[in-house]
Ligand binder design. Structure first.
Ligand SMILES: Nc1ncnc2c1ncn2[C@@H]1O[C@H](COP(=O)(O)OP(=O)(O)O)[C@@H](O)[C@H]1O
Ligand SMILES: [Mg+2]
Length: 379
């Protein structure tokens, strides 16, 4: 390994000191923005480092294009200051390679050029992803203010990402709390009300046996019928909240049952291709089942379909569901629409288990919804 490379490697640690904290950034506990300085000349690097140390806490340095590439693989930089003229991989090539990678696809790059460099090289720089140029020797104020813009941008992006992450966690929490609550209410209704109604029916039957007058017997008879319909209603409400079938028999039976119910209720012909029942994690089953219900609700509400085909497939790795209707076909604006909260709910539910939902519509021919969830729950 060359001496320069060794020096660069050992230097590739945060060059900051606690003194580098500005009061504003310290109090905000914002994520620390990292900056990469790339220059083959140690003197230049040192000068840049000195200038920027009050602005960012996390300065990484590299003395070659290769070193810069290695660092860009492992870090997300707010901005990269890149010397154009370097032995080995020059600045342009380094920039092109950095930009060609997914992680650093959008990382801003400021080129450092010698005054003698021509305009044409500037254009070349913009082509490979430069956002700006600075001429050496750099004017400290210009350097600082340019870098500060990118640091601020980076912080804002990070905060946005964090708040997105928080919202996602909140959504996940709400989904699971709601599911627990529904299961709880379903059980209460089923058990408590169910018992009372059974007791009531026994009492009325007891009474009926001791009555002789026809009008009174007619009353007890209609009371019994009322109790029976109430029992049915209670069952329906409890099942609507949380199908017992899902807990007792598993996802595959529950999907089959739901498909039959759907056909009975809507008159839309419903065919389900199901694998033999196997035990699937209850949370994954619940997720899949709820998504399935949401899909069917949409078919009934929006599709004007006359038939629905459902296929559930299982493998070691994943459980997949496909629901195809022959209706009007969902529009692209609905698939991506901000108002499609039902669809958003499906995506969020699936995402919670590392899964995904794909929705496609063909105008006049129908809609296809594919759901796939890995069997192993991702943390
Ligand atoms: N199977 C379907 N066929 C046709 N259009 C659909 C279908 N499913 C959803 N859509 C369209 O997508 C929109 C968004 O669906 P969703 O987010 O579930 O909202 P909602 O059902 O409350 O309207 C619906 O309003 C409807 O226009
Ligand atoms: Mg809906």
């Amino acid at each position: 390994m060359s001496e320069a490379a060794t020096a660069a490697r050992s230097a590739a640690v945060p060059a900051s000191t606690p003194d580098g904290f500005s009061p504003e950034t310290a109090s905000e506990s914002a994520p620390q923005a990292k900056i990469l300085l790339v220059d083959d000349e140690p003197k230049s690097l040192f000068a840049l480092q000195e200038l920027l140390s009050s602005l960012v806490q996390n300065l990484l340095i590299a003395q070659s294009g290769e070193e810069a590439l290695r660092l860009a693989l492992k870090n997300d930089f707010a901005v990269i200051l890149l010397d154009v003229r370097m032995p080995g991989i020059d600045g342009f090539e380094t920039a092109r390679l950095i930009r060609s990678r997914e992680r650093s696809r959008l990382t801003p790059i400021i080129f450092l050029t010698a005054a003698a460099d021509e305009m044409s090289s500037m254009f070349r720089g913009y082509e490979v992803g430069a956002v700006d140029y600075l001429q050496k020797p750099v004017v400290p104020e210009i350097l600082k203010s340019k870098v500060a813009v990118f640091v601020e941008l980076h912080r804002k992006t990070e905060r946005l990402r964090e708040s997105e992450e928080k919202l996602r966690r909140l959504a996940a929490h709400l989904i699971s709390v709601r599911e627990e609550e529904r299961a709880h209410i379903a059980r209460e209704i089923h058990d408590e009300l169910g018992q009372v109604l059974t007791g009531l029916k026994m009492e009325v039957t007891w009474l009926a046996k001791r009555l002789r007058e026809k009008p009174l017997l007619e009353k007890t008879d209609s009371m019994c019928k009322l109790i029976d319909t109430t029992v049915q209603t209670v069952r329906k409400i409890a099942t609507g909240l949380r199908p017992e079938m899902l807990d007792d028999m598993g996802l595959i039976a529950a999907v089959g049952w739901q498909a039959k119910e759907f056909q009975k209720r809507t008159g839309i012909r419903c065919r389900a291709k199901l694998p033999p029942e196997v035990k699937i994690d209850i949370d994954i089953s619940t997720t899949m089942f709820r998504i399935f219900q949401e899909i069917l609700t949409n078919v009934a509400r929006h599709s004007r379909a006359t038939r629905v085909d459902i296929e559930l497939t299982l493998s070691e790795e994943r459980v997949a569901l496909e629901v195809v209707d022959n209706g009007v076909g969902i529009g692209d604006e609905d698939v991506t629409g901000k108002k499609s909260l039902g669809l958003l709910g499906m995506h969020e539910r699936a995402l919670l288990f590392g899964g995904e939902v794909k929705i496609t519509g063909t105008p006049g021919h129908g809609t296809r919804v594919s759901v796939s969830i890995p069997m192993k729950q991702k943390a």
